[in-house]
Design a protein around this ligand. Structure first.
Ligand code: PRX
Length: 632
C-alpha cells in the first residue's frame, strides 16, 4: 500500500481509547453522555450540583443563572475567592506538602513549590500590593517570563480582588502600552529578562518605554533575576525586597461570583485588541470541571501545559483549573527545542508527566525534527495528550498519537477561545477520537454548525460554529467597549459567534476549519489583520497595506503583507526589512510578516474596503469568487 493510502486509512479511522486510559478514566463514555444530557436539559440544577460539590463558597448563591439578553450572570449572590479554592482548601485538607509547580528552565535549573509555599508566596505578594494601595477592582498589569512569581502575582491580585491583565512577554512596548493605558493599570509587575534559545531577552526596557509618561501607573515592581545589577528608578520597587518581610497571611477578599477576575486582551478582525473580561464564580467552576474531566486528573498525576500565562490557555490550564483541582503542574521557561529537540521529552521522562497539553504548531515542529528525538526518551508515563490553539491537521494528530503517545494515549483536541474561558468542544479521554475533529460539546455547551440565519447546515457541510446559550465561563464584557461584547451575540441570530467555520458529521463530531473573519492564527496566536495593517501604515514609507494569512507548514498560518509605498520611496529588500523591524517594534515578533510584497494597487470594494479574500485567493491560486463588488 502506498504511504498516501496508509495515511488516508489512518485519517478516516475512529481511534478507540486505549485500555489503560479506559481503566483509569473518571467517567466512561456512557457517563459522559448521561451527564451531558442532564447539563442541557436541566442546566441550572446540573451546574448547581457541581458548584456545590467541587468549590468552596463563603456564601451560597441565591440564583444559578439569569439571562437578560445579551447579558447573563451565574451564581448570583454567591460569594467566594478563587485563590481559596486554588490554595487554602488544599493546604487545609492535607495537600500542604503536595507540589503545586515544578519549574524548569533551558539550563536545567529546577525549582519546586508546594501548595503551602505557593500560598505563602501569594499572600506576601498580596500584602505587598495592599501596601501599594491596590484595592478591589484596581487593575494590575503583569509582564513577566514564565516563572512561579508570575503565576503567584496573578493569584495575589485575585486574592485581594484586584483585576489582573497579563500581557505576553513577547509583545512590544507599544502593544504593552496600549494594554496598560486601556486598563488604566495602577501597578505593573515585571522582571528584568527571560531566556529563549540561550539568549537573554530584556523585558525591563520594554516596560520602561511602555510606561513612559503614564502618570496613573503608580508603581513598577521588578523581579530581578540572577546576575542582575541595576539601579531602581523612581516608582520602581524590587520584587524580592518588597515581599521579604511581608506576612504570609492575607485574608482572601470575599468576592461576588460576578466580580471581575481578569482582563485578557485578544485580537479581533477590526480595531485594537479587545479586553475580554472574565468574572470569578463561573470561571472558577468551569475551568475546574474541564480540567478535571477533559484531562482526567487523578490525585498523583503530573500535568504539563506548555502554554505561556500570557494567553488564555495559561490562565485556565496552568493556573486556575489545575490549582483548583489540586494537581501538580510542570512549567517550563524557554523554547521547546533548546538546547536540543529532545528537551521537552527529557522533561516528560524526568518528571513522569501523565498529561501533556500543547499546540499543533509544536507537534509539527517536532515532526520536522523526526521521530528519533522522542524515541530516545521513556514517555511511558503519558496517558493523555492535549491539543489547543488551532486546527490540528490529521497527519500531525497521527504523528502525535504514534510517536508521543505510542498508541497508548487518548488525544483531547480542545476547541475554545479567550472569550470562552474554558474548553468548549473536545472528546473526554474515554471517548472515541477522530483525527482532526475536535469532537463533541462539553457539559452545558449547546454547539451547532449553522448558516448565516442560524439554521443548522446538513452534516459535513461547512457553516458557522455557534453556541446557543451562555455557559458559566463565557466572557462578561469587553473592557470599556460593551458594544463589542454585544456583537458576539448578535451576528448570527442570538447565538454566540466568535468567528470560526466548522463542519459536523453524522456522529455529531465537530471539525474546526479556521477563522471566518480577518483574524490570522500564527502558531496558535490570534493576530488581527487590522492591527498589522495599522502598524504597517505607521511606517513613514507606507501609504497603504493589506495582510493575509497563508498556510505554513509549521506555524499553521504565516502573515503576508501587500504594501503600497508613498511617493518617493522605491521597493527594495532593505526597505522590506526595515518595515518588518517597524512592525516588530509596534506589535512584537509574532506579528511580523514573513513576506512583504510591494504593489501598486490593492483590490477594493466600491466603498473602499480592502478585499483581503481576493488577495488571498490570488496568492493561493484559487478561484477569486464573487468579485461583483470589486471596484476595478
Ligand atoms: O480559531 C480557533 C482557534 O483559536 C481561536 C481562539 O484563539 P484564542 O482566543 O487565542 O485562544 C486560543 C486558545 C484557546 C479559535 O477561534 N482554536 C483554538 N483551539 C482550537 C482552534 N482551532 C481548531 N481546533 C482547536 N482545538
Amino acid at each position: 500500500m502506498s504511504e498516501k493510502n496508509e495515511i488516508l486509512l489512518k485519517v478516516n479511522k475512529v481511534y478507540q481509547p486505549p485500555q489503560r486510559v479506559l481503566e483509569k478514566a473518571l467517567i466512561t463514555k456512557e457517563e459522559f453522555d448521561e451527564m451531558y444530557k442532564r447539563s442541557i436539559e436541566n442546566p441550572e440544577d446540573f451546574w448547581a450540583d457541581i458548584a456545590e460539590k467541587e468549590l468552596h463558597w463563603f456564601k451560597k448563591w441565591d440564583k444559578v443563572f439569569e439571562w437578560n439578553y445579551p447579558k447573563y450572570q451565574w451564581f448570583i449572590g454567591g460569594k467566594l475567592n478563587i485563590t481559596y479554592n486554588c490554595l487554602d482548601r488544599h493546604v487545609e485538607n492535607g495537600r500542604r506538602n503536595k507540589l503545586a509547580y515544578i519549574w524548569v528552565d533551558e539550563d536545567g535549573n529546577e525549582k519546586k513549590y508546594t501548595y503551602g509555599e505557593l500560598l505563602d508566596l501569594v499572600n506576601k505578594i498580596a500584602n505587598g500590593l495592599k501596601e501599594l494601595g491596590v484595592k478591589k477592582g484596581d487593575r494590575v498589569v503583569i509582564y513577566m517570563p514564565l516563572v512561579v512569581e508570575q503565576l503567584a502575582s496573578m493569584l495575589a491580585c485575585a486574592r485581594i480582588g484586584a483585576i489582573h491583565s497579563v500581557v505576553y512577554a513577547g509583545f512590544s512596548s507599544n502593544a504593552l502600552r496600549m494594554r496598560i493605558e486601556d486598563a488604566k493599570a495602577k501597578v505593573v509587575i515585571t522582571s528584568t529578562w527571560t531566556k529563549r534559545r540561550g539568549k537573554k531577552i530584556d523585558l525591563k526596557s520594554v516596560v520602561d518605554e511602555a510606561v513612559d509618561g503614564l502618570n496613573f501607573v503608580e508603581n513598577i515592581v521588578v523581579l530581578q533575576r540572577e546576575g542582575d545589577e541595576f539601579e531602581l528608578e523612581e516608582k520602581e520597587i524590587d520584587f524580592n525586597e518588597w515581599i521579604k518581610d511581608k506576612s504570609t497571611h492575607c485574608e482572601p477578599e470575599i468576592m461576588d461570583a460576578e466580580d471581575p477576575l481578569f482582563i485578557l486582551y485578544t485580537s479581533g478582525s477590526t480595531g485594537k485588541p479587545k479586553g475580554v473580561l472574565h468574572t470569578t464564580g463561573g470561571y472558577n467552576l468551569y475551568t475546574h470541571v474541564t480540567t478535571k474531566y477533559v484531562f482526567d486528573i487523578h490525585e498523583d498525576d503530573i500535568f504539563w501545559c506548555t502554554a505561556d500565562p500570557g494567553w488564555i490557555t495559561g490562565h485556565s490550564y496552568m493556573v486556575y483549573g489545575p490549582l483548583s483541582v489540586g494537581t501538580t503542574s510542570v512549567i517550563a521557561e524557554g523554547a521547546p527545542d533548546h538546547p536540543d529537540p529532545g528537551r521537552w521529552w527529557s522533561i516528560v521522562e524526568k518528571y513522569k508527566v501523565n498529561i501533556f497539553y500543547t499546540a499543533p504548531t509544536a507537534v509539527r515542529l517536532f515532526m520536522k525534527y523526526g521521530e528519533e528525538w522522542p524515541k530516545k526518551y521513556d514517555l511511558s508515563s503519558l496517558r493523555i495528550l492535549g491539543s489547543v490553539g488551532e486546527p490540528i491537521n490529521p497527519e500531525a494528530w497521527i504523528w502525535y498519537y504514534e510517536n508521543i503517545g505510542r498508541g497508548q494515549c487518548s488525544i483531547v483536541d480542545t476547541w475554545w477561545q479567550t472569550e470562552t474561558g474554558g474548553h468548549m468542544i473536545t472528546t473526554v479521554p474515554a471517548y472515541p477520537q477522530k483525527p482532526g475533529k475536535a469532537g463533541k460539546p462539553f457539559f452545558g455547551i449547546e454547539a451547532d454548525v449553522v448558516d448565516k440565519e442560524g439554521k443548522p447546515v446538513e452534516p459535513n457541510k461547512v457553516g458557522y460554529l455557534v453556541i446557543k446559550k451562555p455557559w458559566p465561563s463565557a466572557l462578561r464584557t469587553c473592557w470599556g467597549e460593551p458594544e463589542r461584547f454585544e456583537k458576539y451575540w448578535s451576528e448570527i441570530g442570538k447565538y454566540y459567534f466568535a468567528g470560526d467555520m466548522a463542519t459536523k458529521d453524522e456522529d455529531g463530531y465537530i471539525m474546526i476549519l479556521g477563522r471566518a473573519d480577518d483574524v490570522i492564527n500564527v502558531s496558535g496566536h490570534r493576530i488581527g489583520t487590522a492591527e498589522v495593517e495599522s502598524a504597517l501604515v505607521s511606517h513613514p514609507a507606507v501609504a497603504e497595506a493589506a495582510v493575509i494569512g497563508k498556510p505554513h507548514e509549521i506555524k499553521g498560518e504565516s502573515i503576508k503583507a501587500f504594501v503600497i509605498l508613498k511617493q518617493g520611496y522605491e521597493p527594495s529588500e532593505s526597505l522590506a526589512k526595515d518595515i518588518k523591524m517597524h512592525v516588530r517594534h509596534e506589535l512584537g515578533a509574532l506579528a511580523v510578516p514573513d513576506e512583504i510584497e510591494f504593489v501598486e494597487k490593492l483590490p477594493k470594494t466600491r466603498s473602499g474596503k480592502i478585499m483581503r479574500r481576493v488577495l488571498k485567493a490570488k496568492e493561493l491560486g484559487m478561484p477569486l469568487g464573487d468579485t461583483s463588488t470589486l471596484e476595478d
